[in-house]
Ligand binder design. Structure first.
Ligand SMILES: NC(=O)c1ccc[n+]([C@@H]2O[C@H](COP(=O)([O-])OP(=O)(O)OC[C@H]3O[C@@H](n4cnc5c(N)ncnc54)[C@H](O)[C@@H]3O)[C@@H](O)[C@H]2O)c1
Ligand SMILES: CC(C)[C@H](C(=O)O)[C@@H](O)C(=O)O
Ligand SMILES: [Mg+2]
Length: 357
C-alpha cells in the first residue's frame, strides 16, 4: 500500500513526523513517499502543487497531509499561494466528502471551552461538502464596480453555487454515516436568504425519503453556530456546505478541547482519501516543537479505517491516543492543571509507547 505523505508548511512537518513514526510502528509494509506541497512546493519548484506532487497523490492509495500556509506568501498572486495546494488536491482528486469528527475525550472535558457537563461524551460528525460552494464558484475576482452603491470603486465578488447532483452525493454520504450512528442528521443551510441553500434544503428533504430510518432536521447556520455551543450533544451528524462546514468545524473543535484534536478525512466516491488535521499551519507556534500532533495521528487512523481497510490498526492508534490522555500527557493547547505538559515529540513518543504496550 502506497501512502503519499505531504508535510507542507509551518507545523506540518513537525506533526507529520510523529504520524509517520506511528505508521512505522504498526508493523505493516507501507510504501511511504514524501513530496513538498504549499509554500514548500512553491519554494521547491515554483508552484504550491508541483506536478510531481500531484502525480504522486494520484497514484498513491491514500494521502496523509500536514498543513499549508505561511504569511510570507501573502503577496503572491492567489494561484501561487500555499492554500491553493489543498484546494487543488481536493478538486483534482474529486475529494468531495469531508468528514470531521468532533469527539470530546473524557480526559479533556476540562480543556474544552464549555462547561464539562455540556461536552462530556460529545461525539458528533460534521460532513462538509468540499468541492463546491463559494470556494469554487465562478465568476470570482476583484474589479471596478459599474453599479451598486459605489460605482467606480473596487469590488470583490465570489459566486456561491451548488448543483443538484453535488448536493445529492454529499447527502448520501451523510445519510449513510447517520445510519451507522444514532440515525439523526441535521442539514445546515441559510435557505431563508440564499438560493443555493434553498436548493440544498429541497434536495436534502427529497433524499430523506430514501432514508426513512434517519431523522432529518434542518437548521439555519447562524442558529447552528449558536446551538453548537449551547447544547452540542443534541447533534449526531451535521451535513453542510463547504464554507459553513469550514467555520462550524473550527467551532466544534473547541468543544473537544482544541483544534489540535480534530482529524479529518476527505473522500472521493470510492473512499480514496486525503487525511489531514482540520487545523492549519499555525505559524505562531511553528518551529517551537509544541504543536499537538494528535489530530494528525488520529487522521492517520482514519486513513487506515476508510481507505486502507485496516480497521484493527486504526482502533489500535485510537486506543493509544486514549491511553496517553489518561496517562495525563498534554500539549500546551489541551493543558490543564494537574496534567503533564509535553511537546510534540514527547506526545508522539507517548503514543508510540502506548502502541508498544
Ligand atoms: N488544511 C490546511 O492546510 C489549512 C487549514 C487551516 C488553515 N490553513 C492555513 O494555515 C495558516 C494559519 O491559519 P490560522 O492561524 O487561521 O489557523 P491555524 O489552524 O493554523 O491556527 C489557529 C490557532 O490554533 C492553533 N493551533 C492550530 N493547530 C494547532 C496544533 N496542532 N497544536 C496546537 N495549537 C494549534 C494555532 O497556534 C493558532 O493559535 C493560514 O495560512 C491558513 O490559510 C491551512
Ligand atoms: C486552508 C483553507 C483553504 C482550508 C479551507 O478553507 O477549506 C482550511 O481552512 C480547512 O479547513 O481545511
Ligand atoms: Mg478551516
Amino acid at each position: 500500500m502506497k501512502i503519499a505523505v505531504l508535510p507542507g508548511d509551518g507545523i506540518g512537518p513537525e506533526i507529520i513526523a510523529e504520524a509517520k513514526l506511528v505508521l512505522d510502528a504498526l508493523g505493516e509494509s507501507f510504501e511511504i513517499e514524501e513530496a513538498p506541497v504549499g509554500g514548500a512546493g512553491y519554494k521547491a519548484s515554483g508552484h504550491p502543487l508541483p506536478d510531481a506532487t500531484l502525480k504522486l497523490a494520484k497514484e498513491a492509495d491514500a494521502i496523509l497531509f500536514g498543513s499549508v500556509g505561511d504569511f510570507q506568501f501573502d503577496n503572491l498572486p492567489r494561484e501561487l499561494r500555499p492554500e491553493q495546494a489543498i484546494l487543488g488536491l481536493r478538486k483534482h482528486l474529486s475529494l468531495f466528502a469531508n468528514l470531521r469528527p468532533a469527539i470530546c475525550y473524557k480526559e479533556l472535558t476540562a480543556a474544552s471551552s464549555l462547561k464539562p457537563e455540556i461536552v462530556a461524551g460529545l461525539d458528533i460528525l460534521i460532513v462538509r461538502e468540499l468541492n463546491g460552494d463559494v470556494y469554487f464558484g465562478s465568476p470570482k475576482g476583484i474589479r471596478t464596480s459599474t453599479d451598486g452603491l459605489f460605482p467606480g470603486t473596487r469590488e470583490g465578488f465570489d459566486t456561491m453555487r451548488y448543483s443538484e447532483p453535488e448536493v445529492i452525493r454529499i447527502g448520501h454520504v451523510a445519510f449513510n454515516a447517520a445510519r451507522k450512528r444514532q440515525r439523526r442528521l441535521c442539514s445546515v443551510d441559510k435557505s431563508n436568504v440564499l438560493e443555493t441553500s434553498q436548493l440544498w434544503r429541497d434536495v436534502m428533504t427529497e433524499l430523506g425519503k430514501e432514508y426513512p430510518d434517519v431523522e432529518l432536521t434542518h437548521m439555519y447556520v447562524d442558529n447552528a453556530a449558536m446551538q453548537l455551543v449551547r447544547a452540542p450533544k443534541a447533534f449526531d451528524v451535521v451535513v453542510t456546505g463547504n464554507l459553513f462546514g469550514d467555520i462550524l468545524s473550527d467551532e466544534a473543535s473547541m468543544l473537544t478541547g482544541s483544534i489540535g484534536m480534530l482529524p479529518s478525512a476527505s473522500l472521493d466516491a470510492n473512499n480514496k482519501g486525503l487525511y489531514e488535521p482540520s487545523h492549519g499551519s499555525a505559524p505562531d507556534i511553528a518551529g517551537k516543537g509544541i504543536a499537538n500532533p494528535l489530530a494528525t495521528i488520529l487522521s492517520a487512523a482514519m486513513m487506515l479505517r476508510y481507505t486502507l481497510g485496516l480497521e484493527a490498526q486504526a482502533a489500535r492508534i485510537e486506543n493509544a491516543v486514549q491511553t496517553v490522555l489518561s496517562q495525563g500527557y498534554r500539549t500546551g493547547d489541551i493543558f490543564t492543571e494537574g496534567t503533564k505538559k509535553v511537546g510534540t515529540r514527547e506526545m508522539g513518543q507517548a503514543v508510540l509507547n502506548a502502541l508498544a504496550d
